[in-house]
Design a protein around this ligand. Structure first.
Ligand SMILES: C[S@@+](CC[C@H](N)C(=O)[O-])C[C@H]1O[C@@H](n2cnc3c(N)ncnc32)[C@H](O)[C@@H]1O
Length: 207
């Protein structure tokens, strides 16, 4: 999928569906919040949510006192929805309308979070471009929490094909600079109560 059609796809999703009409909606992003604590995040930790969309993760992180939050997504409509929900609190967050495979990071974050964005990269060059940004956007010693569909998860999301991983295959894909510290499976219940198996993994950038 080209960059323009990818963006058009996601703009269409976020302009035609409300948050609980998309399969990935979570009222509370519990696995992410637990792993962010497990990765040792404190209030000053610089956190970026890649492909954060209209997720409520940022609301919870603000409530928990995190002070350096960035949400990146290629859909401006998704970020607009998140900002509208947050009201004045949105001013405490950095918002980036960017494609994670093209974006040029201008700072290095302590913690990179991605739930269900990386798995849309089914093209080798797109994955390489994302991993390049991960290397340039994450501090050495920083942590990446990446959640994707597991090998027994769905083959598609939002009508698009996905690449499915377990912790080991994701570690091999990211390369030796990223050490797998922890991996877990998670059963996500969609708003219409079907089940999707995810994997959530924590990596530390070693070099
Ligand atoms: C399945 S949704 C997950 C949204 C959010 N992470 C959550 O857990 O609710 C995938 C998100 O990734 C975004 N996305 C897909 N490809 C992307 C890319 N190449 N760069 C940035 N965002 C992307 C989409 O716009 C969408 O918001």
């Amino acid at each position: 999928m080209g960059d323009a059609s990818r963006q058009a796809h996601w703009e269409n999703v976020y302009t035609t569906k409300s948050e609980n009409e998309v399969s990935w909606f979570q009222q509370s992003p519990a696995p992410s919040l637990e792993l962010i604590v497990q990765a040792g995040a404190v209030s000053s930790t610089a956190i970026i949510d890649i492909g954060g969309g209209a997720s409520r993760l940022v609301d919870h992180l603000l409530e928990q006192g995190f002070e350096d939050l960035t949400v990146l997504d290629l859909s401006g409509a998704a970020l607009k929805a998140a900002k509208a929900r947050l009201g004045a609190r949105a001013d405490r967050v950095h918002w980036l309308v960017e494609d994670a495979t093209i974006w040029e990071p201008v700072k290095r974050y302590d913690l990179w979070h991605d739930r269900a964005a990386f798995h849309f990269l089914t093209d080798t060059n797109d994955r390489a471009a994302y991993i390049d940004r991960l290397g340039r956007g994450l501090k050495i010693g920083g942590h990446a929490i990446i959640a994707t569909f597991a090998p027994d998860g769905p083959e598609k999301c939002s009508g698009l094909p996905v690449a499915r991983y377990d912790g080991a295959t994701l570690a091999r894909t990211l390369g030796a600079a990223f050490k797998l510290l922890h991996t877990q499976r998670h059963e996500h219940a969609t708003p219409w109560d079907s089940r999707q198996i995810f994997q959530f993994s924590i990596f530390r950038r070693e070099s």
